[in-house]
Design a protein around this ligand. Structure first.
Ligand code: ATP
Ligand code: MG
Length: 418
């Protein structure tokens, strides 16, 4: 039996990374008054075709869609923003206050060719700041992405940022771009050739060298931006400057989804990975309105957790500081439970041996688990009211009277286990 292609089990030895990321994100985002939201994994297909756009890769070829027993068209969500926007509208969140700061972490589904950092079920951590047109909202969002990465001790990334203007600026640019590229149609890579009609902006994103050379002499989106777009972008950049958040302006950065305007950004690893984009985001001032809600500007981003874990996994300490309780008692186990209650009271992780092996085999097992500190409870200990403490790395062993154990555990907690 194998898991479905492109899906993975997250095993106990990996779950610590997931919990760590969740905790850090929760801490940083809660400080900034972002609140967690959990939306369903299934949505009406129409939500994604209407928001992400019919000519994008996601809607065109990556969606997991099916019709349910009632013949409804359903899709496993490929990303989080559309669902959050839908939840904002269906629950009329707009009626309670002007600004909503929301975050989520959960599985997303895209039918893609599985490879390192690219799965069919993957996870995104994302935020949406809904209700503000201010450039400082964009900066807040970007700052939080970089803040979370720094809190995770991750620094090997670069922020790329661009302004893709508003719909009318893009429309004029797009017409000019199509006119220019049509002259070189046969020299473009095949993907880009297909995109000329349906999604020409995505051609800017092409990694093909020949296509890039052609683009170099073509019209630049930046030259089509008018005062408001430029002002917004400059303000975001000035704020980033003040915050000392390094960034690179990339005029060819466009995002894969239709709903963005003004600010678009990505965070990429500086490592030479094939899938090097760990975070993508931007402003989407028309999405909520387009889905039937009130005109509500918003900005957000999503980080791919699997890609992030590839980057940070070596920076995270494995916490193996636990007490192993080796035991061989034939009659009364009361003392064992008293000790467990004490260790737990001081919030030290522990494991009670359940193997029924002899004590030396139990200690060997603890050693193999990388554990340093063992509490040993055998018949002699029970009859004489003490417990043996053994430090496996040094071999040092000592006897502690049961009535002194509380102080001893307190000492360990405060001085040894951090
Ligand atoms: P890519 O260009 O790599 O396909 P994308 O532009 O489709 O990325 P977004 O829709 O912006 O990605 O999603 C935000 C983040 O989610 C990405 O930067 C990436 O970290 C992660 N992500 C997207 N698709 C996948 C996938 N199939 N498997 C794992 N992570 C993914
Ligand atoms: Mg993609």
């Amino acid at each position: 039996m194998q898991p479905i292609r492109g899906t993975k089990d997250i095993l106990p030895h990996e779950i610590q990374f997931w919990q760590y990321i969740y905790c850090i994100a929760n801490k940083v985002l809660t400080l900034n008054n972002y609140q967690e939201i959990r939306t369903p994994i299934i949505e009406n297909t129409e939500l994604f075709t209407r928001s992400i756009g019919n000519f994008t890769d996601i809607v065109n070829k990556e969606m997991y869609s099916f019709s349910d027993q009632g013949n409804r068209n359903i899709t496993l969500r490929p990303e989080g923003t559309a669902s959050v926007a839908r939840a904002f509208i269906s629950n009329k969140l707009y009626s309670s206050k002007k600004i909503h700061r929301l975050w989520y972490l959960g599985p997303m589904f895209r039918y893609e060719r599985p490879q390192k950092g690219r799965q069919r079920q993957f996870h995104q951590l994302g935020i949406e700041c809904i209700g503000s047109l201010m450039p400082i909202a964009d900066t807040e969002a970007i700052r939080l992405a970089t803040k979370i990465l720094h809190e995770l001790n991750y620094t090997k990334f670069i922020l790329e940022i661009n302004s893709i203007g508003n719909i009318s600026e893009r429309k004029i640019y797009q017409d000019h771009l199509i006119r220019y590229l049509s002259k070189y149609k046969n020299d473009l890579d095949t993907d880009s050739q297909k995109r000329i009609i349906n999604n020409p902006l995505r051609i800017l994103d092409s990694k093909n060298i020949k296509t890039q050379n052609i683009l170099e002499f073509g019209p630049k989106l930046n030259d089509y931006l008018e005062t408001n777009s430029l002002k917004h972008f400059n303000e975001v950049c000035q704020n980033l400057n003040y915050l000392n958040i390094p960034y690179k302006i990339n005029h060819n950065l466009v995002r894969g989804l239709d709903y963005y305007n003004y600010t678009a950004f990505e965070i990429k690893t500086t490592q030479k990975n094939q899938q090097n984009t760990i975070c993508g985001g931007g402003r989407y001032d028309n999405l909520i309105n387009q889905l039937g809600g009130p005109q509500t500007p918003a900005v957000g981003w999503a980080i791919g957790i699997e890609r992030l874990i590839i980057e940070i996994k070596n920076n995270i300490d494995k916490n193996n500081q636990i007490i192993y309780i080796a035991n061989q008692i034939t009659s009364n186990h009361d003392i064992l439970w008293d000790i467990i209650n004490l260790i737990e009271q001081y919030e030290i992780n522990f494991e009670l041996d359940l193997s029924n092996y002899n004590l030396s085999k139990q200690l060997k097992n603890a050693n193999q688990m990388g554990i340093n500190l063992c509490f040993i409870l055998g018949e002699d200990e029970i009859s004489n009211n003490y417990i043996t403490i053994k430090w496996l790395t040094t071999g040092i062993q000592q006897k502690i009277k049961i009535h002194q154990l509380k102080n001893y555990i307190k000492y360990i907690k405060n001085n040894i286990i951090t």
